[in-house]
Design a protein around this ligand. Structure first.
Ligand SMILES: [Zn+2]
Length: 578
């Protein structure tokens, strides 16, 4: 073979191999635009990609799921795959989470295409020098294996898909703080290993009809630390919206309605049980894409891919600003002496936004014989509507220097360890003057919610106490990176505190009682020692008829205020040390 022929043969061989290899990387979605891949197809795809591009792609198991198949991470980087080195080299970490609700699978397929493009497209490949892209291919593994074609009743494709609940029937997008599932524990370890700077969780919407393909939840602006919040809402977010519009795929804030779009949309306050509520506690710019359920699946995948692509490019463009603002946010949080643990919407203030809408009308339903909303999809109108996105502090708390947690609450220690919380343990048994909470009031639902009876409406009194702790109890300083997580978890009035999620329910029940015939003769002595109690009791007896007719209630009133009542009842065991 002469030199020219040899050259031509080599060129042919190169393209033949490349073509064949590329065919391996065609996703099931690209073969049939109304299909989403299965868990096994998805992992096999990434492993094949990693085999072909070992210096760019690595697939790891990050831990168990609720079934025998693990949760994976796919790392895309041209500078190695070590999280510590990524931080040392000042790389920005962007994490994409897919398939938390496997019936909403656009992100699963879009991320596979994006990963392939990162390997083949020179421009995207060059970004991987500065950005480490971490993709969780399918988070809810068990749910993705509960494949069916009916559970997303109002959704336009794909032909089959996974189920929202995992194999325990938990919604994993309510599990980030409480970590009931092994998936959540695996995610927490992975998230804390990388401590990403930007995070996105991919979903499909339910609810109203409107022309947009995609809507976006962004970390609530009042909750995010100021330096990051100012940058995100002042610069990055307007750019993301503008760039999507330039690509003929206009985006709108997530459409949370009171009734119909014309009356305005409400910002979504994501508490830490949600992915973005959790990730933003760690100064991570967080987003949730919600494609519109009535658009064809192919359009939704394309739209999700467009946003992921844009987020990657925009994160790259703003890399040094984001890293700088993150540092400033950590510092800013440390300088605060108070922290807002509960927010309330101010519905007197609203931004005005342009909204493309289908006009709505009420029609009489022949089925339910009631009025029901109909959208007129033959018309599209651009209207100005209010966007209620201002939240104000409802409850603030003073930040202590330390929290002390008795080691008995080992389920909490496990979660603190997963979240890389720094703490020391007491070297000896010690009685310490601390500040404690007496729980005065709380409400719980009648039916369980996500495997718990989530407490709400918590009222408490902060009291100085001398509390005795044991060698090995945990002393947690609040001057650390995870300061916001610590406060959100340990302040009982916070929406997703461990108190709210039932980790401390033992203290809400008495363990000892009294016998009325034996306690009644003791009252005379109790009153002699405590005349104030006697006067309060006599006053109540005189004023409260029901009370004066209930013997047990009267004795309980005295017992619960005497030295015989156990002091741990309704006393929140986590102490604050200022
Ligand atoms: Zn969802």
């Amino acid at each position: 073979m002469n030199l020219k022929l040899k050259f031509l043969f080599c060129v042919f061989l190169f393209y033949f191999i490349k073509l064949n290899a590329q065919q391996d990387w065609i996703t099931p979605f690209e073969q049939n635009k109304n299909q989403t891949c299965t868990y096994h197809q998805c992992i096999a795809f990434y492993k094949a990609l990693s085999k072909s591009f070992p210096k760019l792609v690595k697939v790891n198991e990050i831990g168990p799921s609720d079934v025998s198949y693990p949760v994976h991470e796919v790392i895309l980087s041209s500078e190695g795959f070590d999280p510590r080195k990524a931080k040392q080299k000042n790389k920005l970490v962007l994490m994409i989470n897919n398939g938390i609700h496997p019936g909403e699978p656009e992100g699963i397929d879009a991320s596979m295409i994006l990963a392939r493009e990162c390997c083949l497209n020179p421009q995207l490949k060059s970004i991987l020098k500065d950005i480490t892209l971490v993709i969780i291919p399918i988070y809810n593994v068990g749910g993705s294996l509960r494949r069916n074609s009916t559970t997303r009743v109002n959704q336009n494709g794909p032909e089959s898909y996974g189920f929202r609940g995992n194999m325990q029937n938990l919604d994993l997008n309510r599990d980030f703080i409480k970590c009931d599932s092994r998936n959540a524990m695996s995610f927490t370890a992975c998230f804390q290993k990388w401590q990403p700077d930007v995070f996105v969780d991919t979903h499909t919407s339910d609810g109203a009809d409107y022309p947009y393909n995609i809507s976006l939840i962004t970390t609530q602006r009042d909750k995010l630390s100021k330096p990051l919040s100012e940058f995100l809402f002042g610069e990055m977010l307007p750019k993301l919206y503008a760039q999507m519009a330039l690509q003929q795929d206009e985006m709108v804030p997530y459409v949370e309605l009171k009734d119909i779009p014309e009356n305005g949309i409400y910002d979504f306050l994501e508490t830490p049980r949600y992915s973005t509520g959790y990730t933003s506690l760690f100064h991570c710019l967080s987003f949730m894409t919600e494609t519109h359920m009535l658009k064809p699946f192919a359009v939704r995948v394309e739209s999700t891919k467009r946003f992921l692509h844009l987020l990657l490019k925009t994160s790259y463009e703003y890399k040094s600003v984001i890293l700088q603002k993150k540092k400033e946010s950590i510092k800013y949080e440390q300088s605060k002496s108070e922290y807002t643990i509960k927010w309330k919407l101010n519905d007197l203030i609203a931004d005005s936004i342009e909204f493309r809408s289908y006009p709505t009308m009420n029609a009489l339903s022949p089925i339910i014989h009631q009025a029901i909303v109909r959208y007129d999809k033959t018309m599209e109108a651009k209207i100005k509507i209010p966007f209620f996105n201002h939240f104000e502090p409802a409850i603030n708390t003073k930040i202590p220097a330390y929290y002390i947690i008795p080691q008995a609450y080992h389920q909490i220690t496990l979660r603190l360890d997963l979240n890389k919380i720094q703490y020391t343990t007491l070297s000896q048994d010690s009685c310490i003057q601390v500040s404690s909470y007496r729980i005065d009031k709380f409400a719980s639902p009648e039916k369980p919610y996500e495997h718990h009876f989530l407490h709400r409406g918590v009222e408490l009194t902060e009291i100085p106490t001398m509390q005795c702790f044991m060698k090995g109890d945990l002393l947690i300083p609040t001057t650390q990176f995870a300061r916001r997580y610590i406060i959100e978890c340990l302040e009982p009035q916070a929406a997703d505190s461990y108190f709210a999620w039932n980790f401390f329910d033992g203290m809400l029940q008495r363990k000892e009682y009294f016998s009325d015939y034996l306690f009644e003769p003791m009252v005379e002595t109790i009153f002699k020692q405590n005349p104030e109690l006697q006067s309060e009791f006599t006053q109540k007896q005189a004023q409260d008829t029901l009370f004066s007719q209930d013997g047990w209630e009267q004795l309980y009133y005295i017992y619960s205020r005497s030295q015989f009542s156990e002091s741990s009842y309704m006393l929140y065991p986590v102490a604050k040390l200022y």
